[in-house]
Write a protein that binds this ligand. Structure first.
Ligand code: NAP
Length: 278
């Protein structure tokens, strides 16, 4: 009897991942004979696990902390995964194990869906942070043709490495300059973990952002961060991190199961309810 097609999320730990909720929703919605599971795999077992992905019955996988860099090194990455320096989606293509990083399309796709026209006439974006998520955001903004990205990070060396990688459309600035930088920013993106539950708050003043600015926060626990609440209270368009999480998931699903799923209000409500209940 043919086995259902299966994919999984590989992490250590992996219990917190919302990917099974999202992918199993889409599997049911499309009536597929398929499964999506969690796989807790320790770092020292990761290489062996993905070397035998097909033998374990999988057509592909999502990869989360702490395996994303190893996944890049052990697969054939596309330009996005290479630029971000990490892979979060793997799929078998004949005998090849290929990979990408869907945070790029997740970030841009969420902006397109939630704040249509966000890039119209946009001259300059202000990005807070210089970690893995920042690399995906900067890559996506550059690819979309945004002329200037001003990057602010606590650790200057990390920001400098990002500029070195992406070139001189990325400019560096200090936290202490943030107030002045706001007036020029048509888009403000928080890619730091500040504002996340259990982390320090993100203490910045949005008063000087232009009236048409869009504010995006990658943090999605809590769903409505203080940054987003401040943006809304100023009448600015606010784009949350849950939308990015949902929009980054579709690419993997398409590779594994051959269907491009949609991010709908019903899916969002399902994941929101799960986040709120935990
Ligand atoms: P990461 O590589 O560890 O980078 C963390 C970033 O936060 C760095 O820029 C770090 O600055 C900054 N930071 C941390 N604590 C700080 C503090 N106390 N003061 C100032 N800056 C601080 O993590 P990541 O993978 O980029 O993830 C960052 C955030 O994005 C997380 O909240 C993650 O959940 C979220 N995220 C969301 C999605 C989504 O789909 N919505 C996708 C990816 C990531 P230093 O360089 O100075 O340490």
């Amino acid at each position: 009897m043919p086995q259902p097609k299966a994919a999984c999320v590989i992490g250590w730990p992996v219990g917190h991942s919302r990917s099974p909720l999202i992918h199993n929703y889409w599997i049911k919605q499309h009536g597929l004979d398929a499964e999506y599971r969690r796989e807790a795999v320790a770092p020292e077992q990761f290489k062996d696990f993905i070397a035998h992905l097909a033998g374990r019955g999988y057509v592909g996988a999502n990869v989360t902390v702490p395996h994303k860099e190893a996944a890049l090194a052990l697969s054939e990455p596309d330009d996005r995964a290479r630029a971000v320096g990490a892979a979060n989606t793997l799929w078998l293509d004949g005998g090849r194990l290929r990979s990408t990083n869907t945070d790029v399309e997740g970030f841009i796709g969420n902006l397109d869906a939630t704040a249509p026209g966000w890039d119209r006439g946009l001259q300059s974006a202000l990005v807070l942070g210089a970690g893995g998520a920042a690399r995906a955001v900067v890559f996506g903004l550059l690819e979309r043709g945004i002329g200037r990205i001003v990057l602010v990070n606590r650790t200057a060396e990390r920001a400098a490495a990002l500029r070195m990688q992406f070139g001189d459309r990325v400019m560096l600035a200090r936290w202490s300059d943030l107030d002045g930088l706001m007036a020029e920013a048509g888009l403000l993106v928080n890619t730091t973990s500040l504002g996340m539950a259990g982390q320090p708050s993100l203490a910045i003043d949005l008063a000087r952002l232009p009236a048409g600015a869009v504010v995006s926060d990658l943090v999605y626990v809590p769903l409505e961060t203080a940054l987003l609440a401040a943006a809304r209270s100023r009448g600015l368009r606010a784009v949350d991190g849950l939308g990015m999480l949902l929009h980054q998931a579709g690419g993997g699903f398409q590779h594994w199961f051959g269907v491009r799923p949609q991010v709908t209000e019903a899916l969002r409500a399902l994941v929101e309810a799960d986040l709120i209940s935990k």
